[in-house]
Design a protein around this ligand. Structure first.
Ligand SMILES: [Zn+2]
Ligand SMILES: [Zn+2]
Length: 128
C-alpha cells in the first residue's frame, strides 16, 4: 500500500473513513466534488478500483451498482430491496464452518435481502 497518495485519493479516503452507508461511486463522486470541484467521475472511479485492488476497500453490489465499504472487520450485509440501503450485520456464517466437498473457503460475502425498519415504518412492510 505504498501507492502515491494523490489529493483525490486523500479526499476519497477522508469521506469513506468510518462511513457505514456503503456509498456508490456516484455518491462518493458527488461528495468529493464539493472539495475538489475539478475532479471527474472517471478519476473517482479509477481511484476506487485501485483501493479495492489494494484491499483498502471492499466492493459490494446492490443488484444495480457497485458499493464501497471501508470496514474490513468480518461482517455481513442486509440489503433493503426498497431503499437499496446496505446495513452492516454481524457475521452470520463463519467461513471456517462451511464444509463442501474438499473446497477450502477463504472468505465469504453474505447478503441478506429484505426490507429495512425505516421502509417498514413508511409502508407497513406491504409491497406498495
Ligand atoms: Zn429500506
Ligand atoms: Zn459493511
Amino acid at each position: 500500500m505504498n501507492q502515491r497518495n494523490t489529493p483525490q485519493k486523500i479526499e476519497i479516503r477522508k469521506y469513506l473513513q468510518g462511513n457505514t452507508t456503503h456509498p456508490s461511486a456516484y455518491d462518493i463522486y458527488n461528495r468529493v466534488k464539493k472539495n475538489l470541484p475539478t475532479i471527474s467521475f472517471a478519476t473517482v472511479y479509477n481511484n476506487l478500483q485501485r483501493m479495492v485492488a489494494d484491499k483498502e476497500l471492499m466492493e459490494l453490489y446492490d443488484g444495480e451498482k457497485k458499493r464501497f465499504d471501508p470496514d474490513h472487520s468480518p461482517h455481513d450485509h442486509f440489503l433493503c430491496l426498497k431503499c437499496k440501503k446496505i446495513y452492516d450485520l454481524p457475521k452470520i456464517i463463519k467461513p471456517s464452518k462451511i464444509k463442501y466437498k474438499n473446497f477450502k473457503v477463504i472468505s465469504s460475502v453474505t447478503y441478506i435481502n429484505g426490507i429495512c425498519e425505516e421502509c417498514i415504518k413508511k409502508t407497513g412492510g406491504n409491497d406498495e
